[in-house]
Design a protein around this ligand. Structure first.
Ligand SMILES: Nc1nc2c(c(=O)[nH]1)N[C@H]1C(S)=C(S)[C@@H](COP(=O)(O)O)O[C@H]1N2
Ligand SMILES: [Mo]
Length: 367
């Protein structure tokens, strides 16, 4: 036996589950966090209450009057800023599709015991904030800095380590013009669960990068090896495989399940005749070059029509006219990005259950 663990773990020693059963720990996470119901793919801008949510620990208790953002480390001019002072800086509003890196985790076998997403860890919001590059320029990041560490005010235990939620970006990634210190979501102050009063927003990267409840921004010389960089969010084959970092959002299309659902199975019931299938497609920092639909379980594919995105970082609507004939059919949709990456039927398995952009298929019974 290893040294006793301070916190109980579930599943086998690897933290992987083979069965179809959910562990209580997964249910507990799934009820605290939530996905976007797929019918909400009809909205270009996801109403705030329908955006997915992922909180590792607890939503921290923040006193707005006392809250300050600290910028320090390898900077010539350390800064301490109130929310009012941050709002006086130049502001920018951008529509950004966010997706959790764990989206699709529960579709892997075996699966990692963690937030058991199927495909719904997504949302598209208009975020308003001040460009991070401006604040870093003001603080005057020194030449010997290689990374910027972002620390949230939430704390918890993960992998037996007591920690604050922290992620880093290279200086080059951090000064990209579209990285925001965001204080508004869809024209309203951030809600507590989405990072009030201030969060990082990194378009095109999986959600873990967009640190909520920002407390501190620190410039450092060496690559940051915190838990959420070096241990979690790696494409790895086992718990001790260092793997590769998880970073950019992979190409994906999702469809609004047509017709009406069966309550238990969510199999769809639909009337025969012409039906418009629709949904959204996105590709992180790349763009979507095509969306295809299959009405025969993925045997043959036809091109869908693509709408325009409202920014270079948010999803596009796709539509496909289908003449539904009586019988049971499996509808599938897949997208291709500007670099030719196509969604696979089965994504390569990884230990943490990240980046599973496997093709979505929906079973439909046509009457
Ligand atoms: N401080 C902090 N920031 C965080 C998290 C967190 O638990 N704590 N979760 C991250 C993860 S994994 C995701 S997917 C996004 C989710 O953002 P949302 O809840 O606003 O959709 O926030 C990221 N930022
Ligand atoms: Mo996430």
């Amino acid at each position: 036996m290893n040294s006793p663990k301070r916190f109980p773990t579930v599943g086998d020693d690897s933290g992987l589950a083979q069965t179809d059963w959910l562990y209580k720990e997964e249910l507990q996470l799934a009820l605290r966090n939530k996905g976007m119901p797929l019918e909400a793919l009809r909205y270009t801008i996801t109403p705030t209450g329908l955006h997915y949510l992922l909180v590792h620990y607890d939503i921290p208790d923040i006193k707005p009057e006392e809250w300050r953002l600290k910028i320090d480390g390898l900077v010539s001019k350390p800064l301490t800023l109130s929310l009012e002072e941050i709002k006086k800086r130049p502001s920018q509003t951008i529509a950004v599709t966010m997706e959790c890196a764990g989206n699709g985790r529960a579709l892997f076998t075996p699966r990692r015991i963690s937030q058991p997403w199927l495909v719904e860890a997504i949302g598209n919001s208009e975020w308003t904030g001040t460009p991070l590059s401006g604040i870093l320029k003001e603080a005057d990041v020194q030449r010997d800095a290689s990374e910027i560490i972002f620390t949230g005010l939430d704390r918890g235990v993960e992998g037996d380590q007591v920690q604050s939620y922290q992620r880093s970006l290279s200086v080059r990634e951090a000064i990209a013009g579209d990285v925001l210190l965001a204080y508004e979501m869809n024209g309203e102050p951030l809600q507590p669960q989405h990072g009030y009063p201030l969060r990082l927003l990194v378009p095109g990267w999986y959600g873990m990068t967009s640190v909520k409840w920002l407390d501190k921004i620190e410039a450092v010389a060496e690559p940051f090896e915190g838990y959420q960089m070096a241990r979690a969010y790696r494409y790895a084959q086992s718990s001790d495989d260092p793997g590769e970092p998880v970073n950019l959002i992979r190409v994906r299309a999702l469809m609004i399940p047509p017709g009406i659902p069966d309550f238990m199975t969510r199999t769809r019931l639909l009337q025969a005749g012409p039906t418009t299938l629709t949904g959204k497609a996105w590709a992180g920092r790349r763009s979507v070059s095509r969306v295809e639909v299959s009405v025969d379980s993925g045997s043959t594919w036809s091109e869908a029509q693509l709408g325009e995105p409202i920014s270079s970082h948010d999803w596009r609507t796709w539509t496909f006219l289908w003449n539904a004939r009586p019988g049971t059919t499996i509808l599938c949709v897949r997208a291709t990005d500007s670099e030719g990456n196509v969604q696979p039927f089965h994504q390569q398995w990884n230990f943490g259950g990240y980046g599973n952009n496997a093709i979505q298929c929906v079973t439909v019974v046509v009457e």
